[in-house]
Every structure is written in structure tokens, then in C-alpha cells.
Design a protein around this ligand. Structure first.
Ligand code: S3P
Length: 426
């Protein structure tokens, strides 16, 4: 489905943001490891999380849909050998975390993915899992991955990158092992795994934000609830900040401090943003976020900021085109390893619609404020966040744009258009 963008006069009202993708994946995987019955409230409808769910089913868990988003997983026992290959679709989180689960099982399995996922780097998990004793066949460190289940051993791993997928894969594998498995990172990555595993009774030790260990633990089946996804909320936050006269409240958003970099960056950019009704659900901080249109100014986004907003950078780039002065994004070269090379795809296409934006090896430099002309076709390169970012650009562009294959938004956010339609007036 192609989508023709349209200008909005303003965004007004409130939306309830759908469930967090990262947390949804983890609820299904950890339920599967808990050997019991887990009710999960508010599980993501996105295709990525459905891939995880299907794999959990192939590994012998019983899955019951009480509604589209409320599910019960009955893990019953240890995982069992799958009959078929395991399809991770477009989801890097599924493939990398599942590799951590499967590496230590007493059976073999094959993880594969779509065209985009088959191009993404898997060395980041193959290398440390191999140090633990895993036997993983790969295609030049890319998928498909054939995992020959082995007895593993605990290690201390100094990860060269801040990656929650890597950290999680190792902690999950380490949970079954004698000794202590430790992961050290250069910057803190999202900590949903640590929060949820602790909530389910695992022996997790957080030495510092940059160093976490796990000791052999059996996790207990415990009912879980998924909070709203700040990475989905980001499109509404950015849109409200750049469309004149907007005033939007985004409800039930996870504001875990390892994910909330965009809130801090928007404050630095002079956005009118406030957090209301703060609460905690299953260890995760949650709030409603109000954003009103305001005059924005440029900022520098770098270092420890990056893992806290890595998935939001495409739409932050759109927002920065509307900020006075220069916005510099650096230390974000891993953005090239996402569902698409998000540095090139965002910079080139924003430039084509009139932005003053320049690509750098590890980020981009954006000078604002510039009028966005629109009037071209956008290729989202199999990337949901690129599609939604150009939807947001389209709200202020002079001419409509045709976003090709807009259905890629279903990867994380099938409710996107319905919710945007609810608050946009033209
Ligand atoms: C995720 C971690 C991040 C993020 C991805 C989801 C997760 O990736 O970009 O969308 O759920 O752990 P990295 O771990 O590669 O940084």
C-alpha cells in the first residue's frame, strides 16, 4: 500500500499509545523460559512481536489469545525441538535474543529472516555466544543462523557496542549456567531484560549502569503487563512539536530512563513537553506525555544519549529540520545497521524534499529551520520507522509525498494511521 501524505493544520487530542515492542518480545520469551503459565496483558500487535510469539509456539509453548493483545503462554516444561525453521521476519530483536535462548538448548534449530534482516550483522551475538561455547553456523556472520545446541559456560564479556540485544542474549544464556555471566558496555543500553528477569525472580546483579551479571536462576511464571512504546509515541511527540497550534497528550508511555532520551532532547530543543500521571507497571516507569507546538532550537545528540533514543533518531532528524540553528547527531553509526541504513535513507530523502542536511560517517548535521517541499516519492527501504518519519514530514510539507510500501509500519505499529487520523485536522 502506498500512502499519500497530507498537511495538517494542527494536531489536537489524546491517544493511547500501543504496547512496547522491546518489552513485548521479552514477555513472550521469558514466559517461555518460566516453565509455567503466564498471562500477558497488552502484547504488541506488530509483526515483529508476532514473529517472536510464533517461534515460542514452535518451541513447544501453548499460546492462547484471550483478545488481540491479551495472551496466555503456557510453557509447561522445558522448550522442545522445533519441527521447522524459525522465521524471525523483519525482527533483529527476535533473531538475536532467540540465539541466546537456543544456543544452550539440547537441540538444533535454524533462525532465518526477511531480506532486510538477512543483511544485518549477527557477529555481535555470534562472537560472544561462541566464546561461551555455542556452535552457530552462519552466512558470513549473517542469517540464516543454524544453532547447534551445546553445553555453555559463563563468561565476562566486554561488549564493544551498547546493545540491549547482545546484552540480553548473553544474560539469557547465562541464566542456565554455573558461575557468573557478566556483560560490560561502553554506554548503558535499554534495561528491560534486567527489570523483567528480576521481576520474575532471576538473580541479576547490576554493578553499575554499564555492568550487569546473572547467576544461575530459575525464573517464576508471573503475570506481565506491557507499557506503551515510547518509540511509537515519538512520532506523535515530534509531530505535535512541529505542526503549529498542536496540543497532544500521549497516554501510557513507558519512560524508562534507558529509553527516554527523546524527552530530554526535546527539552533541550525548547519543546513544550510535560509528563503527567507518573506510575510504575511491572517495574517499568510510565507517564502520559503532553506536547504542544513551540519554537524549537538545534542541539547536539551524542555519546550516552544515543542508545537512549537510537530508534527515535529518524523522526528526531525530521523535527530538527524545523529547529532554528544546527542539530548535530554523532556516535550513531549503528543506525546504519537497523532495518535500513537509517543515516543514508533519512538524509538523502530529507535533502530531496528541501532540508539542509548532511550525512556524516556516524550521524548527520541538520541546519534549520527549512521549509520541506515534499512532492516526491519516498522509499522506506523495508523500514517502518522511515515510513512513519516521512508521514510526520508530510504533515508540514508544502506538497504531498507518496510513501511507497507504507504497510511496513505494521512491523511495529499497525495502529499508526488510525491514531494519527484521530488527532490530525486539515
Ligand atoms: C532493542 C534494542 C535496540 C533497538 C531495537 C530493539 C531491544 O537494538 O534498536 O529496536 O529490544 O533490545 P540494539 O540492541 O542493537 O541497540
Amino acid at each position: 500500500m502506498d500512502y499519500k501524505t497530507r498537511q495538517a493544520k494542527q494536531l489536537k487530542g489524546s491517544v493511547v499509545i500501543p504496547p512496547d515492542k522491546s518489552i513485548s518480545h521479552r514477555t513472550a520469551m521469558f514466559a517461555a523460559l518460566s516453565k509455567g503459565l503466564v498471562n500477558i496483558k497488552n502484547y504488541s500487535k506488530g509483526a515483529d512481536c508476532r514473529s517472536t510469539l510464533k517461534i515460542v509456539g514452535q518451541l513447544g509453548c501453548e499460546i492462547k489469545f484471550n483478545s488481540e493483545t491479551d495472551i496466555t503462554i503456557n510453557a509447561k516444561n522445558a522448550l522442545s525441538a522445533p519441527m521447522d525453521k524459525l522465521d524471525c521476519g523483519n525482527s533483529g530483536t527476535t533473531m538475536r535474543m532467540m540465539a541466546g535462548i537456543l544456543a544452550g538448548q539440547p537441540f538444533d534449530s535454524v533462525l532465518f529472516g526477511d531480506v532486510s534482516l538477512s543483511k544485518r550483522p549477527m557477529k555481535r551475538i555470534i562472537e560472544p555466544l561462541t566464546l561461551m561455547g555455542a556452535k552457530i553456523e552462519h552466512n558470513d556472520f549473517k542469517a540464516p543462523l543454524t544453532v547447534h545446541g551445546q553445553k555453555l559456560q559463563a563468561i565476562t564479556y566486554n561488549s564493544p557496542i551498547a546493545s540491549a540485544q547482545v546484552k540480553s542474549a548473553l544474560l539469557i544464556a547465562g541464566m542456565n549456567l554455573d558461575g557468573v555471566t557478566t556483560v560490560n558496555e561502553p554506554y548503558q543500553s535499554r534495561n528491560h531484560t534486567e527489570i523483567m528477569l528480576k521481576y520474575m525472580g532471576a538473580d541479576i546483579i547490576e554493578h553499575s549502569p554499564l555492568s550487569v551479571s546473572v547467576r544461575k536462576s530459575e525464573i517464576q511464571p508471573k503475570d506481565l503487563e506491557v507499557v506503551g512504546d515510547i518509540s511509537s509515541a515519538a512520532f506523535f511527540m515530534a509531530a505535535a512539536a512541529i505542526v503549529p497550534n498542536s496540543d497532544v497528550t500521549i497516554q501510557n508511555v513507558g519512560i524508562n530512563q534507558t529509553r527516554s532520551g527523546m524527552i530530554d532532547v526535546m527539552k533541550r530543543m525548547n519543546a513544550d513537553i510535560s509528563l503527567l500521571n507518573k506510575r510504575n507497571i511491572c517495574g517499568e516507569d510510565v507517564a502520559d506525555i503532553n506536547v504542544k507546538y513551540s519554537d524549537l532550537k538545534g542541539t547536539v545528540i551524542e555519546g550516552a544519549d544515543i542508545p537512549r533514543l537510537i530508534d527515535e533518531l529518524p523522526v528526531i532528524a525530521v523535527m530538527a529540520t524545523q529547529a532554528e540553528g544546527t542539530t548535530i547527531i554523532r556516535d550513531a553509526s549503528d543506525l546504519r545497521n537497523k532495518e535500513s541504513d537509517r543515516i543514508t535513507t533519512i538524509v538523502n530523502q530529507l535533502k530531496n524534499i528541501g532540508a539542509d542536511i548532511e550525512e556524516t560517517p556516524d550521524g548527520m548535521i541538520i541546519n534549520g529551520k527549512t521549509e520541506l517541499k515534499g512532492g516526491i516519492e519516498i522509499d522506506c527501504h523495508h523500514d517502518h520507522r522511515t515510513a512513519m518519519s516521512f508521514y510526520v514530514a508530510g504533515l508540514i510539507a508544502k506538497q504531498p509525498m507518496l510513501i511507497r510500501e507504507f504497510e511496513w509500519v505494521n512491523t511495529s505499529f499497525p495502529e499508526f494511521l488510525e491514531l494519527m487520523n484521530k488527532i490530525c485536522s486539515d
